[in-house]
Design a protein around this ligand. Structure first.
Ligand code: 5GP
Length: 184
């Protein structure tokens, strides 16, 4: 039986990567789809594990060869999902999780109608602002940009199959695990 495709979106600062780690630790039959991006690598990130960090030319070449299932521009950088590794995992019966923003998620929905779309929302815009400010690695200007982006992203939640409020990591992870293990 082929694996299932899951997409998770949620604004920057909503705690998505923490929740994804909690889910992956408890659901081994899940492969994280490593995206290609033109944004610079951040401290603590590993090329090939968190992202494939590529130049704009390399990204454009992937697009030209039709190697990306979906792609989008986010705050000035390009992001895209390589299709071949994802397809190979699905063919081996492994479920695949994409952590992508809503423009990409809606492209996946069109191309792969079987995909399940999950939206992780912060409890409120105030909490989101606090979390972004608490990170300490982002300028006030970038925080405003991300909050504006978050506002738009939250409006897209209506197009998703499930909306999960991240007021607590464990409970958000539990809700996602329940969706992943539901084969009815
Ligand atoms: P970050 O730069 O903070 O890692 O990610 C910024 C945004 O890009 C996040 O919302 C993340 O989900 C999204 N993103 C990461 N990879 C992809 C991708 O391959 N395609 C799309 N459409 N969005 C992505």
């Amino acid at each position: 039986m082929s694996g299932k495709l899951y997409v998770i979106s949620g604004p920057s600062g909503c705690g998505k990567s923490t929740v994804i780690h909690a889910v992956m630790a408890r659901y081994p039959n899940l492969q994280f789809s490593v995206s290609a991006t033109t944004r610079p690598i951040r401290p603590g990130e590993t090329d090939g594990k968190d992202y494939f960090f590529v130049t704009r030319e390399q990204f454009d070449a992937m697009l030209e060869k039709d190697e990306l299932l979906e792609h989008a521009e986010y705050v000035g950088n390009c992001y895209g999902t390589p299709e071949a590794p994802l397809q190979s995992a699905l063919d081996r019966g492994i479920d695949v999780l994409l952590d992508i923003e809503p423009q990409g998620a809606l492209q996946v929905r069109k191309k792969r109608p079987d995909a399940t779309l999950l939206f992780l929302a912060p409890p409120s815009m105030e909490v989101l602002r606090e979390r972004l400010e608490g990170r300490g690695d982002t300028s006030p200007e970038l925080i405003e940009k991300r909050l504006k982006q978050a506002h738009w992203e939250l409006q897209q939640a209506a197009h998703y199959d499930h909306i999960i409020i991240n007021d607590n990591v464990q409970s958000a992870a539990e809700q996602i695990l329940a969706i992943l293990t539901d084969r009815t």
